[in-house]
Design a protein. Structure first.
Length: 349
């Protein structure tokens, strides 16, 4: 750098130090003036679109889950986790709600933007329970496939979040399982398993949701009604022939089907076959992280007005010098540790 340029730079820096407050005020004024400009910045922001389907069959009333450390029914733990996870979805994301019972998924609320419709989403979620069920059947695989079909037909093509304990009722023959009508992974999704593996009695409730005891062994089908697998619920329905699959692959427990435990191996099998992910519900935080996994991200352009950037910068320019002075004064007033005098020497004899 030539000597005269260096001298000019040093002179400018000295002037800036002498006129620091005036320079900062001028810079803040320029930034505030820029807030009047009509321009904007285009940024990329992650967005997540989901349809959450809740299993409302009676096995979901088994109280082997936890909410804030206290025992709770599976359906209550699932609703609590979804309600809290909504808060972590960034604005612009969309969430829909549905229920599963018998062999179908029913869409209750089409996906809506989470920030503007948080109250409506929470109110709808609070009212999803077994009173909406139209039959006591629980054909999980068919309900999952129905949910994938519903998500596929929606305009924004959301992912499916299917929350269930995985209990098929009536029991399913391992060699004759419903087959997905479509390509695995065509609709991204997440199967969420709820409950504990240890079987527990299933509470019985009347159509109004009032408890009336528990289901007995003589009230529940203990085996698949057909030796070759039950008949299809839908005309032309295909079956997945799992010739080597043992009964444990579908979680069937002949003789104790009136008890219910989380059928996690079966749900993992369904996730693998249908190109989905599996998550065991252990609380709102884990579900929130699963819903915001990178595989569900949808980068969307977001227009950010210049004033939203320049106004905070102007405030920072005005406040930062005073914050710096306060910090230096605080450091100067801190008591300093007194030096430790050297130990007196010891003379030898």
């Amino acid at each position: 750098m030539p000597a005269r340029w260096r001298a000019a730079a040093q002179a400018g820096w000295a002037l800036l130090q002498r006129r620091q407050e005036a320079a900062l005020l001028a810079l803040a004024a320029l930034l505030l003036l820029g807030c009047l400009l009509p321009g904007h910045l285009t940024l990329q922001r992650a967005r997540f679109d989901h349809v959450v389907v809740l299993d409302i069959t009676q096995s979901m009333n088994v109280p082997d889950a936890l909410v804030d450390g206290r025992p709770a029914a599976r359906i209550d733990a699932a609703k609590h986790a979804v309600r809290e996870a909504m808060l972590d979805l960034p604005c612009g994301s969309k969430l829909g709600l549905g229920v599963f019972t018998e062999y179908r998924t029913l869409l209750v609320l089409a996906p809506v933007e989470v920030c503007e419709n948080l109250g409506e989403l929470r109110a709808t979620l609070a009212n999803l329970d077994g009173r909406m069920a139209w039959i006591n059947g629980s054909e999980v695989a068919k309900g999952l496939h129905s949910g994938l079909a519903v998500a596929k037909q929606l305009e924004d093509k959301p992912s499916l979040v299917f929350i269930t304990d995985g209990q098929e009722s009536p029991p399913l023959h391992p060699r004759h399982r419903p087959k997905l009508n479509g390509e695995p992974g065509e609709v991204p999704g997440l199967i969420v398993g709820v409950g504990q593996a240890q079987p527990s009695p299933i509470p019985k409730r009347d159509p109004q949701g009032r408890p009336i005891g528990v289901w007995g062994a003589d009230e529940v089908l203990q085996a698949d009604p057909r030796s070759r697998g039950r008949s299809g619920s839908v005309a032309g329905e295909g079956m997945a022939d799992d010739a080597a699959g043992p009964s444990v692959s579908v979680g069937a427990t002949p003789g104790t089907e009136h008890l219910s435990g989380l059928r996690e191996p079966y749900l993992r099998l369904l996730a693998q076959e249908d190109g989905l992910q599996y998550h065991h519900l252990d609380g709102p935080r884990g579900l929130s992280e699963a819903l915001r996994a990178p595989m569900f991200q949808r980068p969307v352009p977001v227009k950010l007005p210049l004033r939203d950037v320049l106004a905070p910068l102007a405030l920072l320019v005005l406040v930062l010098p005073y914050a710096w002075q306060l910090w230096r004064r605080w450091r100067g007033r801190r008591p300093r540790a007194k030096p430790v005098p050297p130990a007196a020497g010891v003379r030898g004899a």
